[in-house]
Ligand binder design. Sequence first.
Ligand SMILES: Cc1cc2nc3c(=O)[nH]c(=O)nc-3n(C[C@H](O)[C@H](O)[C@H](O)COP(=O)(O)O)c2cc1C
Length: 442
Amino acid sequence: MRDLLQQLENRGELRRVAKPVDPKHQLAAVTRAVQRAGGEAVLFESVTGSTMPVISNLFGDHGRLCRMIDTGDKTFCERWIALTEACITAPAGSFTRPATAAETAGLVSGTLSDLPAITWHARDGGPYFTSAIFLANDPDTGVANLSFHRSQQISDAELRVRLGSSHDLARYQARAEDKGEALEAALILSAPPEIFLAACASLPIEASELAMAAQIRGEPLAMRRCETIDLEVPASADIVVEGRFLPNIRRPEGPFGEFMGNYVEVGPNHVFEVTHVSYRKDAVFHGLLCGSPEDLRPLEAVTAARVYRAVSATVRGVIDVSCRPNVMITIVKIKKAYEGHAQHVFLAALASHLDYNKVVIVVDEDVDIYDMDDVMWAYLTRGRADTRAMILNDIPGFYRDPKKDHWGRLCIDATMPWGREAEFARKTIPGQDDIDLSDWLA
Ligand SMILES: Cc1cc2nc3c(=O)[nH]c(=O)nc-3n(C[C@H](O)[C@H](O)[C@H](O)COP(=O)(O)O)c2cc1C
């Protein structure tokens, strides 16, 4: 975390807030204002009620995410897929090592009350850990999983946690619960980039997400044993909360302002019994504003890579995939090779991810898929509105959708009509990319 902050500072991508900030709404309001003004990370040096500084908006920029996985001349999708494939074949035991004494020095034991208690939105039910990465081992195979699950801070002894039913942690917990057992887990609240990004990944259930973190880092992860549970955690994590998900107990959690920009009301959710808290003396707490670029960009990037992998295994000519402005949409850039190429992409993209992909748009290779204005320009100018849009009725979507608000699919072919490319070629101005404005503006 400290290395990352230093790198951002050196690049001019870190803003500091020196004056005291109220963790109830004010910290979130300043974070949002910084995000609107630019994409920098923001470090709150003095947060009322805690001695720990808070960092936010670390992962809210696509270019920064590309640097974190060292994409070089590849797209995020291509590099992410290469990392994923390497980690699926990594032999057990090759991606972790015991931490040295120096790597675990400076750790202290404490309580949840030592940590910042941030209330993010007007109607939230209280303070929440939002950059909340749970590490747990599959109760049957021992394979490690990392995943995000926002956690409501109830007391020093208890968190309430929403486990999305399609995620691995929910499956682990259900299997432990079937046996009447608690599921032990460690909550990492301040993670370096490789852990954060590996937690975003959805790998096959037999693949370890610690292997993914090691692939991103380029070396085995140093691990330390927990104090009260039978788990090892990365020694690089600044703050670790140990505990167990209690079986057959659900208590009210919420409301909370979610990633789609609205509130999820109070619901019966999982109870995490806290058994130990440890942190570095100089820990920096990571707080993430849900639904903001820091929440959306990483989820979009890994979802796009998943779609890219599946679509390009079936259809040729896929160049890149993005999911902007959130994971409910997939935009696929192709080198169009035949009439109906976009329609083949629709089929493969829809099948690649049943939870999201509410809308799929296919564009030509000259369109900027990270700029919705350019994507809509292609749809609006390169052909008819009606025959290039296809509605598929009554297909279930997002898994948490009791009123069917996310059912149905819309597919848009925003490519040029086949055989008429010259008519629709984008106009250019000779020399437009070579102008240095300092030569021209007074
Ligand atoms: C920044 C971020 C925050 C997230 N927050 C939550 C959350 O609070 N609850 C949840 O169920 N899923 C949340 N998710 C989704 C999943 O936890 C996440 O995609 C995870 O990778 C699932 O991994 P799995 O498929 O290996 O279980 C979040 C994802 C990201 C990237």
